[in-house]
Write a protein that binds this ligand. Structure first.
Ligand code: SAM
Length: 335
């Protein structure tokens, strides 16, 4: 939908109708590509947005044209007041969705349904229990696996995200796709992205082309169906003929989708980020607590948004380690 309010339109004419709100910096898993081994310095609780502040800020964005809000983290479901947050946000005229590792989502089925949440993105990086344990540093594979089935049975629209890492889970690409044979889910392969402390390098990344090489080596051209991508979609979508589900590739590194980007991010400590890759942040929470209008700050942040990946417009620039350490770890941004 076209946003007619200039506050959320950037200097390249991109309308920002999608806000991702991180609710918490903590997580019940320890995925190595997401957080540094030594952990992250957590903000004091008083620096994090309360549920009232989340609601107030979200409402301002919605008034200015945001039509979709995704809750993320850290792990959004471990925040104690998540039922109240869902209830508060469900009173706004937005599509509400959530990204979760699904370890404890079985406890929130009613809360999600009662508050109109339909789309749920679940992270799952391996179908092998031992490998799951290795990447997440926690033994929770079964819960996640069972909860994915539960979410499908309960009628949610489920997308499952796997970050592909060369030599770790690229040999599971075809198993992941076969997982969609009887399950009506979208399985999405995410190119491994660089953030502070996640030991990224280009050699570890499995690209869009790599995935398609695996797919073409297993399935015939006739079996591989290219699907229509949704507007502002970050992924290229496919399905295997006859399968109930589909699969997709999110190529943020090799082929970013910045031209149609409609996303803004609010961190759990109330900082607005105009791009996942941008290290600059705008402090909405301090202004809100001081009783100031946050709209001018939002407008300035949106205007400052760069054309491609927070200025990392080439793969060479993306490989500059200094740029990763200037940004936060993914766990404190909210993916
Ligand atoms: N705890 C929730 C979860 O596990 O989905 C939400 C937060 S997590 C940071 C959100 C998403 O970011 C996950 O799908 C995760 O795979 C993705 N992610 C984290 N680090 C990443 C990286 N370095 N490259 C690509 N995706 C990453």
């Amino acid at each position: 939908m076209k946003n007619t309010n200039p506050i959320l339109t950037d200097s390249f004419g991109r309308d920002h109708t999608y806000l991702r709100i991180s609710l918490i910096e903590r997580c019940n898993l320890r995925c190595s590509y997401c957080m540094p081994e030594e952990g992250v310095l957590l903000s004091p609780k008083s620096h994090l947005m309360t549920y009232e502040e989340i609601h107030t800020i979200a409402k301002i964005f919605v008034t200015n044209g945001v039509t979709k809000i995704r809750l993320t983290g850290g792990e959004p479901l471990i925040r104690k007041d998540i039922p109240i947050i869902l209830e508060k946000l469900s009173s706004l005229p937005v599509e509400l969705s959530i990204t979760t590792n699904a370890v404890i989502i079985d406890k929130f089925i009613d809360a999600l349904k009662n508050n109109g949440v339909k789309g749920i993105n679940v992270s799952l990086d391996s179908l092998d229990r031992e490998k799951f344990k290795q990447i997440t540093r926690r033994d929770e594979f079964e819960k996640v696996y069972n909860n994915i089935h539960l979410l499908v049975d309960e009628g949610f629209k489920v997308k499952v995200n796997a970050v592909l890492i060369k030599g770790f889970n690229d040999n599971e690409i075809i198993d992941f796709i076969r997982f969609t044979k009887d399950l009506p889910i979208s399985f999405r392969f995410i190119e491994f992205m660089p953030f502070d402390g996640n030991k990224w390098n280009m050699e570890k990344m499995v690209s869009y082309n790599d995935v398609m090489r695996y797919v073409k080596a297993t399935f015939s051209e006739e079996q591989i169906v290219r699907l229509q991508d949704a507007p502002n979609d970050t992924s290229k979508n496919y399905k295997i003929k006859g399968y109930r589900g589909s699969f997709a590739i999110i190529s943020s590194v090799t082929n970013p989708f910045c031209d149609t980007c409609n996303r803004l991010r609010l961190t759990a400590d109330g900082q607005l980020k105009n791009c996942l890759f941008s290290s600059s942040e705008s402090d909405l929470l301090t202004a809100l607590r001081a009783g100031k209008s946050i709209e001018p700050i939002i407008k300035k942040a949106v205007q400052a948004k760069l054309k491609v990946r927070g200025g990392m417009d080439t793969v060479e620039k993306l490989q500059e380690p200094k740029l990763h350490t200037q940004n936060r770890s993914m766990i404190t941004i909210g993916g």
